[in-house]
Structures are given as structure tokens and as C-alpha cells.
Write a protein that binds this ligand. Structure first.
Ligand SMILES: Cc1cc2nc3c(=O)[nH]c(=O)nc-3n(C[C@H](O)[C@H](O)[C@H](O)COP(=O)(O)OP(=O)(O)OC[C@H]3O[C@@H](n4cnc5c(N)ncnc54)[C@H](O)[C@@H]3O)c2cc1C
Length: 414
């Protein structure tokens, strides 16, 4: 058999995965004068829905980078409050209007617009390269240390030698698997079915979670459509399919009566995307020559919609710690360990809170035959309005906000 010689390149930092974590880290390092190559297996950023939430802390990072104004010129919606509907009662569960941040709202924007924006800004720095349709398949190793990545590209095999490989390749990370890092599963009682319904001008406009007997339905206001999330007990998709699309549509209409005349827009099961919920965390996020960040280090529950936020925070923390040793060619395993030390605590606290909500609210609601009765946590929020500022803080800013400490080397003229 004819073997094609692999193309070989060398770079200071090779980032596997052009999602929120990878693109933000690539931008920050290139901006600080570090040569970086991002490998992304897809041909573009246009994917199925994977969460459209840009949180106040991410918007703060964009401000610190001097990009906020341009970023907010892209089409988006601004969510200042999250509400829950329990029976006929609507209660505020997160009020973002008191946050100590420049933007006191969540911006809803398709993830591909966010990623394309980051890619376009990163490409203005001479040290930034991004190869699309480049899928990492293995690691290069020497004496127990990772020294690079093997990838398959549209043009053939590629070998990238790097001072550090950053695995930002998401919850199914091939890199972390090849590196043999130990994953701790934390468990989730639910999966989520995502689909769209059109939005009429006289629909309610709040972004909301609706709780019914055995059902939770989330509607995100996306302007002319609703992004809908239908929470189901884990592994029940086959049973729901077996009952048929009409029964599913009826379940949706019961929880969101305003959408009753529109449920036929779910034409077939292809319009319904399954998010298999996973909550996990690596015990150790690094090995000599390798660091995992974002979902590759910790898959988050969809509770609070904080996965993108944490991925961005990891990227900022990693850039803050790695840019100088990388630029000076003196990166050590201790530098990689310092990223885990910084980010593990916020991740643990956030996952602990998510597991609490999964147990107390989601499992209880999905298990109810009758109802709807507000879960105790939600009743508390309904009684004491200002309490809604606490979930807003946890969701909008997170446990330990990161700030950009990397410097900017002049970008190339546009
Ligand atoms: C249906 C759905 C809905 C969600 N809703 C929300 C939400 O509302 N809010 C929220 O905050 N989060 C949400 N999330 C979670 C959120 O998408 C993730 O937490 C976040 O994107 C993690 O970012 P990341 O950069 O770590 O990984 P990812 O976004 O998963 O990015 C990984 C990237 O790596 C690429 N890749 C994978 N393997 C390879 C390889 N071998 N070689 C090269 N490239 C590779 C992938 O193509 C991808 O672009 C949702 C997820 C799903 C699936």
C-alpha cells in the first residue's frame, strides 16, 4: 500500500477544537504574540443548535478585549430575566439587572456567529492559524510527554509538533481519551430534546422554563422563533418516539398553549435534536505537554446554560497563565497544573449546584404524575423577589470570574 508522507508543521501551541474554548484561547494567545494553530474537524462553524447563550461574564471579556461594541452589532436578543411558569403562576428565577457587569443581560446569538466573529478577529494577528477540516486522531509522544498531534486533513495526514497541545475538542474529546486521562462521571437524570417553533408578535416574550406534571419545557426567545428545549427522563427518547409525534406535539402544546397551532412545524423526528446530558470532570486536566479545557475537561449539565461560559473562562485563565512561558519557550508542567488549580474550584462548585438542581427540581418534576407544584427552591424565589439576583449572579458571572491579563501585540493592518 502507498503511504502518503504526513505534512509536518511546528508551532508553540496547537489547539484541538474550534469551539468557544479553542477559539477564545487561540485569539488570546495570538493577540499576545504566541504562534498558535487551531485544528477544527468541521468545514465551518455552521452546526446544529449547541447553545446560543453569551453570558454577562463573556461579554465582560469581550469588553476587556475591546471587541464588545462590534460584537453587539451582530443580530442578537437580550435576556434580562429568566422566569419559570408553574401552572398559572409565573415567577422570576434569575434577575440579571443588578449584576456588577457592563452588560446586565444574556445575549442570545447563534453559536456560529460568535465563533466566526472570534475567528475573524483572531485572524488579524500574524501568529494565528486555523485549519478547518483537520481532525486530530492521535498524539505524538516522547518519553511520556506529549509533543504534538496527528491529524487527518482534507489534503492528507498532518503532524503538528507543539510545546503544548490544548484539548478543546469538547465532551467527546479524542485527545483526552488518547492521553488516557481519567474521567469521573457525575450523572444526570435527564436528556433534552431541542427544536424550533415560530414566534408570533403577540406571544409572551420572556425566556422561560415551564413545569408540568412529569414535564419541563424551556423556551428561549430568538426573535422570530422560539428555541425550545423539552426535558425528558434519561434514555426515554425511544419510548417518546414509540408513542408518536402527535403525542409529543400534544405534550408541547399542553405546556405552552400559545404554541398549540404551531406544533405541526415539528414535521418529523429529524427536526428534534437530542442532547444526551452528561456531567463529568477529569481528575487531572493535564499531562506533560498537554492541557484540557472546556467540555473536554468537564462536561456541564445544561442547568443554567453555563457550558459556553465556563469554556470561555477556562480559555481566559489558560491564556493568562501560559502566554508568557509559551512566548519565551519555557513552558513547564507546573504552568499547566496552575490552570487546573485556578479553574477546578469554580467547575466543582458549579457542577455541585447543577447536581443539586437536577436532584431537587428536575428529578422531582419529571417523576410527578400530577401537578404542577412549584419545587421548593422555586417557591422560595417566588416569595422573596431579590433572591432572584443570586441565581443571576451564578449563571451570569459564575463562581470566579476571569479577566483578560494577556497583553496585545499590534494586529496586522486589515
Ligand atoms: C444541544 C446542545 C445545547 C446546548 N445548550 C447550551 C446553552 O444553552 N448554553 C450553554 O452555555 N451551553 C450549552 N451547551 C453546551 C455547550 O455547547 C458547551 O458547553 C460548549 O460549547 C463547550 O465549549 P468547548 O469549546 O469546550 O467545546 P465544543 O463547543 O464542543 O467544541 C469542540 C470543538 O472541537 C471540534 N472537535 C471535536 N473533535 C475534534 C477532533 N478530533 N479534531 C478537531 N476538532 C475536533 C468540534 O467540531 C467542536 O467545534 C449545549 C450543548 C448542546 C449539545
Amino acid at each position: 500500500m502507498l503511504r502518503v508522507a504526513a505534512e509536518s508543521v511546528a508551532v508553540r501551541c496547537c489547539i484541538v477544537g474550534g469551539g468557544p474554548a479553542g477559539m477564545m484561547l487561540g485569539l488570546l494567545l495570538a493577540r499576545a504574540g504566541v504562534g498558535v494553530l487551531v485544528l477544527e474537524k468541521h468545514a465551518d462553524f455552521l452546526r446544529d443548535f449547541r447553545g446560543d447563550t453569551i453570558h454577562p461574564s463573556t461579554l465582560e471579556v469581550m469588553h476587556e478585549l475591546g471587541l464588545l461594541e462590534d460584537f453587539l452589532r451582530l443580530p442578537h436578543q437580550e435576556v434580562r430575566e429568566l422566569r419559570a411558569q408553574i401552572g398559572d403562576v409565573a415567577v422570576p428565577i434569575a434577575d440579571f439587572t443588578h449584576l456588577p457587569t457592563r452588560c446586565r443581560f444574556i445575549a442570545l446569538m447563534p453559536q456560529w456567529d460568535f465563533l466566526s466573529f472570534l475567528a475573524e478577529r483572531a485572524a488579524r494577528y500574524p501568529g494565528f492559524r486555523c485549519r478547518m477540516r483537520a481532525e486530530a486522531t492521535g498524539l505524538l509522544e516522547k518519553s511520556g510527554a506529549v509533543t504534538g498531534v496527528r491529524a487527518q486533513t482534507a489534503e492528507g495526514p498532518l503532524e503538528v509538533r507543539a510545546d503544548v497541545v490544548v484539548a478543546a475538542d469538547g465532551r467527546q474529546s479524542v485527545v483526552r481519551e488518547r492521553a488516557g486521562l481519567h474521567v469521573r462521571e457525575l450523572g444526570a437524570p435527564m436528556d433534552v430534546l431541542w427544536f424550533r417553533l415560530s414566534r408570533a408578535p403577540d406571544d409572551p416574550d420572556a425566556t422561560m422554563g415551564r413545569f408540568g406534571a412529569g414535564q419541563i419545557f424551556i423556551t428561549l426567545n430568538r426573535g422570530d422563533y422560539w428555541q425550545c428545549g423539552y426535558v425528558i427522563p434519561k434514555g426515554q427518547l425511544d419510548e417518546i418516539r414509540r408513542r408518536g409525534l402527535d403525542a409529543f406535539r400534544e405534550g408541547v402544546a399542553r405546556l405552552a398553549p400559545f404554541a398549540r397551532g404551531r406544533t405541526h412545524e415539528i414535521r418529523d423526528w429529524d427536526d428534534v435534536k437530542l442532547l444526551t446530558v452528561r456531567v463529568d470532570r477529569l481528575r487531572q486536566w493535564y499531562r506533560p505537554g498537554l492541557l484540557c479545557i472546556g467540555d473536554a475537561a468537564h462536561a456541564m449539565s445544561p442547568v443554567g446554560g453555563v457550558g459556553i461560559n465556563l469554556a470561555i473562562q477556562d480559555a481566559v485563565a489558560a491564556a493568562n497563565r501560559l502566554w508568557l512561558p509559551l512566548r519565551e519557550g519555557r513552558l513547564t508542567t507546573e504552568d499547566l497544573r496552575s490552570v487546573q488549580r485556578r479553574r477546578e474550584w469554580p467547575t466543582r462548585v458549579t457542577q455541585w449546584l447543577q447536581l443539586l438542581v437536577q436532584r431537587r427540581v428536575i428529578t422531582t418534576t419529571l417523576g410527578r404524575q400530577s401537578g404542577p407544584t412549584p419545587p421548593r427552591l422555586v417557591r422560595l424565589l417566588a416569595r422573596f423577589g431579590p433572591l432572584a439576583r443570586i441565581p443571576a449572579r451564578l449563571v451570569g458571572v459564575g463562581v470566579r470570574a476571569e479577566h483578560v491579563e494577556t497583553p496585545e501585540r499590534a494586529p496586522a493592518p486589515v
